[in-house]
Every structure is written in structure tokens, then in C-alpha cells.
Design a protein around this ligand. Structure first.
Ligand SMILES: *[C@@H]1O[C@H](CO)[C@@H](O)[C@H](O)[C@H]1NC(C)=O
Ligand SMILES: *[C@@H]1O[C@H](CO)[C@@H](O)[C@H](O)[C@H]1NC(C)=O
Length: 629
């Protein structure tokens, strides 16, 4: 029920209500209301006699229409109709133009009847003050009139469950008060206007030809498969082709059973070192190569799955840039214009496509200069591909741990500090800056990526929620449920519940990697334990200086390095209660930078944006968040 207080009253009528109506006006009102309801009754067929109380013989009494079933007036002393509520009354017929005499009406509910014909294009000229319009569950056909925008006070518009066809008029986007909207289960087609993107897929589903917006890629999967099925029925040749393809695929998937044939067939593309299994999924999605990749920001050029396949050389293993542990492999996609994207293949989850899409919509909104922007995604069959901005300088892990190999450039202290601050800022934002905080659950040096300027950007945030949960217990740890080995907070072995403090612990390990140059499972030769154990052991024995990467010391930064080490060790204390919060970690690191010699902390480290509405406005580095085309 919409109560009067919820309704935005058009000022004109509010004024009339307050000053009262003179008798002449009242007569007009009376006549108009009667005209409206008479017209309505006569155009509707009412087999259950539900409108029998609509008796117009007793015109003498002012306000008599207010006692009609389904009619509510502004005021019992006058006949002005405020609400027409006739849900599920077995009514049939068309919406008559007589409704124009009910121009003060704010609520019109005809849901669950058998009304038919078009939604009158002039409906909103007739009842321009309507706030709540529910025509769902009828047999209305034809297209949705663009004139609906003239109902500019609309707060709820329900047209679901009819036989409406054609497109959704893009004009509807200008209904800026609209909070509840559905055109689900009609026969609509075309693209969902971008201005309606705030409504979830449930507002649109059940329309065969509809795509885009919250429904995702145009030319979606179900349609494509349907077309294939129909086409296969018509063209026998195609059936044969598909059959041949299926057999070939079966052979590829079962190479041992058909050894001779497989070795005889040199048609298996070379260069797919990932083995036969890899080939399987790529071939499965190939059938859907025309599926469009859903991009969160309006792309200049539409990207299709086929483009990603070409750009990754059919997801060839040589394009893998990260194996990604439990969150799946990431491939580097090089588009024809030379620009690059990172495409992540998410392992199967137990979430419905709908849940997945809504999670994507949420993650796609998160824009922060220290997060790798999720640009879009693509769902075909069981495969979920995420499209990220590609980070040119790779991961912190590879930069830190492979550069220690022969001759490679050593990351200087300033760069390490900058990476620590940037990453802590991104993670602190995930914990404290957004309305529903995100616990990363997989912080490690390989999810901290670096762009061209060595600005740290965290990736894989929010993906743990999309992973299939392994059975809790010892296996969960081996499986990386709580992060990579060496990063897992000690309390997880008993609590088994992800917490922000668990992220802080893992982040502390990253800081230790930065300052010691060692890997999380490394320690000094002869010491039994991981990096955290080793650093703690040295700290207890007042030998913490020994843990620091020798290459950093003696350049005038030693005091800062010691401070940094203190922050790092305060993150990896074993009792979660004694650990700092992520925003404290960020602030401590920022303080080190504020006094650091030769450290440029001017514009990069302005105030931490604590923003509770996640819109584009957050993006401090918005220039970095454009999708690469
Ligand atoms: C009105 O409609 C309801 C539901 O269809 C029905 O139960 C009822 O008998 C109808 N008639 C009247 C006069 O209310
Ligand atoms: C709507 O349905 C009616 C029959 O109920 C039919 O005559 C009319 O052609 C249909 N209009 C459209 C646009 O499909």
C-alpha cells in the first residue's frame, strides 16, 4: 500500500485540498468523477459482478462514489478520486479514455485481470499525477507508449506479465522518481535503455528478445543456442557438422581411449601446452563467440567473446599472465589496436547466473585508484570470464621475487614504500570506504598489481564470494580457502570465518615481503618456519635488523625502514584483537612517507576517500579507469 505520506503530492492538488473547494468546483469534481467511473464500468466486462456497488442512480449524495469498491477519495466530502484499486477482479476490456476525468488519481491498480488491447498512448495525459501504476498480469499488447514519461511523478510502474512487444522506450529513463519498475514476462525486444540500469535483471527477465543492462550481453546464450537448435533442425548438413564436431571434441577430451586416432590427427592446434582439457572449454565456448561482453562503461566499440578469443589466441597458455590459485587463470588479451586487457577465467561456482550478474554489477561499480578496475564480464554456458584493465608492470610478487634473480633491477626503498602505501590504501578502502565492506580473503603479493607508474592496484577483490566453498576443515587450508599458504592468519584454523583482521594479517606478510625481499614461505637457512615465524623470532631476540633486505640499508632511509618494519610486524601479531585495522595501517605508512626524504607524497596521497555511495565520483584516478578499447 502506498500511503498518502509516501506520495509526492502535486502541489496544485495539495493546495486545493488545503483551501477547500467552493461548491461550483465540487459539482464539477462530482461530474468528472462520475463520468470517469461510469466510463470505466461500461468499458469493462465484469463477470463476477465485482463492480455492482458502482451504482450511479443515487447521484444526490456528495461523495457517494467514495464508497464504491476499489475507489478511494481524497476526502469523503467530495467525489475526487485518489485511488482506483481493482486487482484480481476478473475484469476484461480496454482502458477507456474516460480515465481522463479521474485526473487527480495517484494510484491505479488493475493487476491480475484480463484487460487487453494497448496501453493507451495518452494514458499519462489523462492521469498525469499518478504515482503508483500497476497494470501487471493482464493481456495488454502492443508497445509500451513513450508517453508514459508524462506520468512524471511515477514511483512504481509495473507492466510485467502482459503481452507487450517492441522495445522499452528509452524515454522511460527520464522518470527520475521511479523506484520500482518491471516489464518482466512480456514479449519485449531490443536493448535495455542504459538509463534503466539501476533495476536488476528481475525487472526485465522473461522477455525473449531483451538484452543488455542487468540482463547482460545482447545476443545472449539462450537465444544463441535456440538459433543453433532451430538451424540444425532445418539444415541437415549442419547437424552432421555438429556431430562431427562433438566426436572430435570427445576425442580431444579422451585422448587415451582413442590414442591412435588422436595421434593421427594433426589438426589439434599446436601451442596449446595446457593440455587437452584446456582445449575442451575453449571449444565449448567457441559456439558462443558472438555473445557480447558486458562492459560497465559504455564502450566505443562493442566487444564480443570472439574478440577476446582472437586477442588471447584462443586462450593459449602462452598468454597466461597469472595462474591465480583458486580464483583462476588470467590471460593477457591483446586487441587489434594494440591495447591490452586481462581476462580471468573464473572456476565454476555454485551461484546462479543471476547472482553472478548482480555480484558483477556490484564489483563493476567499485572504482578506486588502488584497485584494478573490473571492466566487464561474459557468461557462456558454465564459463565466467572477467575482463579487467591490464596492469603493465605485473604483480608485486613477480617484481619482487624474480628481480632478485641475476642482474635484474632491485626495487628501491621509495618504490617499495609507495607500493605499500598504495596497496594499503586500496585495501583500507575495501574495508572502510564502501557501504558493504569487502573482505578480500586472498591478499598476497600476487594480487597486488602495478601499473606503469608502479602504482599498486589490488585485484581479485570480491571474487572469493563467487568461489565454490570447499568443505570446511583441514582441506580448506590446503585448498587455499583462506588465502595462499604463508598468508593465512593463525586464528582461521579455529574460527574458519573470514574477517578483516585476517586480511590485515595477510597484508602484513606482504609488507614483510617488501621489506625483507623474501617469499612468505622463506626464512633464513636452517630456520624451521615461514617468514612470519622467522621475523617474530628475530624480533623476540632483538635482532629484527637482520630481517631487512640488505640492499635497502645504508641509503639514508634506515629510520623509515625500521618504522615500516614496525607497521608490518604489528599486522602479523597472532592475536587478531591486537592487530591494527586497515585504515590504521594505511595512516601509519602514510606518516612514514610524509617525512621521508625524496618521497613525493603531494598529490597521490591526499585524503583517503571514505565514500559510502559507490559511484564514479570516487575515482581519484579516473583517467586510469577507462576501459581499454
Ligand atoms: C469479486 O471478486 C472476488 C475475487 O474474484 C470474488 O471472490 C467475489 O465474489 C467477487 N464479487 C463481489 C461482488 O465481490
Ligand atoms: C492485440 O490483441 C488484439 C486481440 O486481443 C489484436 O486484435 C491486436 O491486433 C493486437 N495488437 C497487437 C499490436 O498485437
Amino acid at each position: 500500500m502506498v500511503t498518502a505520506s509516501q506520495i509526492s503530492l502535486p502541489a496544485r492538488f495539495l493546495l486545493l485540498l488545503l483551501i477547500g473547494l467552493n461548491s461550483a468546483e465540487m459539482v464539477i469534481m462530482q461530474e468528472d468523477s462520475v463520468r470517469c467511473l461510469k466510463g470505466l464500468k461500461s468499458s469493462l466486462s465484469d463477470p463476477d459482478d465485482n463492480l455492482s456497488s458502482w451504482n450511479f442512480a443515487t447521484t444526490a449524495k456528495v461523495g457517494f462514489v467514495c464508497n464504491f469498491v476499489g475507489i478511494f477519495c481524497w476526502n469523503l466530502q467530495e467525489n475526487r478520486v485518489m485511488e482506483i484499486r481493482l486487482p484480481s477482479k476478473s475484469l476484461s476490456g480496454n482502458l477507456p479514455s474516460a480515465l481522463q476525468y479521474c485526473y487527480s488519481t495517484t494510484t491505479v491498480v488493475f493487476s491480475g485481470n484480463q484487460l487487453s488491447g494497448p496501453i493507451p498512448s495518452g494514458l499519462c495525459d489523462w492521469i498525469p499525477n499518478v504515482v503508483f501504476l500497476d497494470l501487471s498480469g493482464n493481456n495488454f499488447n502492443g508497445s509500451i507508449p513513450a508517453g508514459i514519461v508524462n506520468c512524471k511523478f511515477l514511483n512504481t510502474l509495473l507492466l510485467n506479465g502482459n503481452k507487450l512487444s517492441g522495445i522499452i522506450p528509452p524515454e522511460l529513463a527520464s522518470l527520475d522518481r521511479l523506484r520500482k519498475f518491471s516489464v518482466a514476462n512480456n514479449k519485449l525486444s531490443g536493448t535495455i535503455p542504459s538509463g534503466l540500469s539501476q533495476f536488476g535483471s528481475s525487472s526485465f527477465e522473461g522477455n525473449n528478445g531483451l538484452c543488455g543492462g542487468s540482463l547482460g550481453g545482447c545476443g545472449g546464450l539462450s537465444r544463441t543456442s535456440l538459433i543453433i537448435i532451430i538451424a540444425a533442425g532445418v539444415f541437415g548438413a549442419l547437424v552432421a557438422l555438429l556431430l562431427a564436431f562433438a566426436i572430435w571434441r570427445w576425442i580431444s577430451v579422451h585422448p587415451k581411449g582413442k590414442k591412435k586416432k588422436a595421434s593421427g590427427s594433426s589438426s589439434v592446434p599446436s601451442g596449446v601446452e595446457g593440455g587437452m582439457e584446456d582445449l575442451g572449454w575453449v571449444n565449448r565456448i567457441r559456439a558462443h563467440h558472438l555473445v557480447q561482453v558486458t562492459l560497465f562503461q559504455k564502450p566505443i566499440v562493442k566487444v564480443k567473446l570472439a574478440d577476446l578469443m582472437v586477442a588471447t589466441n584462443d586462450f593459449q597458455s602462452s598468454t597466461v599472465i597469472s595462474t591465480g590459485g583458486r580464483t583462476g587463470k588470467t590471460y593477457k588479451a591483446t586487441l587489434s589496436d594494440g591495447s591490452t586487457l586481462a581476462v580471468k577465467r573464473l572456476p565454476g561456482g555454485e551461484f546462479s547466473e543471476k547472482q553472478f550478474r548482480s555480484e558483477m554489477a556490484r564489483l563493476g561499480q567499485l572504482r578506486h585508484p588502488n584497485l584494478v578496475p573490473l571492466l566487464g564480464f561474459c557468461v557462456v554456458e558454465d564459463e565466467r570470464l572477467l575482463v579487467f584493465k591490464h596492469m603493465a608492470s605485473g604483480s608485486l610478487s613477480s617484481l619482487l621475487h624474480t628481480s632478485s634473480a641475476a642482474g635484474a633491477e632491485v626495487l628501491d626503498w621509495q618504490t617499495r614504500l609507495k607500493i605499500g602505501i598504495g596497496a594499503s590504501r586500496g585495501l583500507a578502502w575495501l574495508h572502510h570506504g564502501i557501504q558493504s565492506p569487502i573482505i578480500h580473503q586472498n591478499i598476497c603479493s600476487s594480487v597486488i598489481l602495478l601499473d606503469e607508474d608502479h602504482e599498486a592496484r589490488i585485484t581479485d577483490f570480491g571474487l572469493k564470494a563467487l568461489m565454490r566453498r570447499s568443505s570446511l576443515g583441514g582441506a580448506a587450508f590446503v585448498d587455499g580457502e583462506f588465502g595462499e599458504l604463508g598468508y593465512v592468519a593463525p586464528e582461521y584454523s579455529s574460527t574458519m570465518v573470514a574477517s578483516p583482521k585476517g586480511d590485515v594479517f595477510a597484508f602484513g606478510v606482504v609488507l614483510l615481503e617488501l621489506i625483507t625481499g623474501k617469499k612468505p614461505l622463506d626464512s633464513e637457512e636452517g630456520f624451521k618456519g615461514n617468514l612470519v615465524d622467522w621475523v617474530n623470532y628475530l624480533a623476540v631476540n632483538k635482532r629484527i635488523g637482520e630481517a631487512i633486505d640488505k640492499r635497502l640499508l645504508g641509503n639514508g632511509n634506515d629510520d623509515d625502514i625500521i618504522k615500516f618494519m614496525k607497521v608490518a610486524t604489528s599486522c602479523v601479531v597472532s592475536r587478531p584483537k591486537e592487530r591494527c585495522l586497515m585504515n590504521q595501517v594505511y595512516n601509519s605508512l602514510k606518516e612514514i612517507a610524509a617525512t621521508a626524504a625524496g618521497y613525493d607524497c603531494s598529490e597521490h596521497y591526499d585524503e583517503f576517500p571514505l565514500v559510502y555511495g559507490i559511484k564514479d565520483s570516487i575515482a581519484g584516478g579516473s583517467s586510469n579507469t577507462e576501459p581499454t578499447q
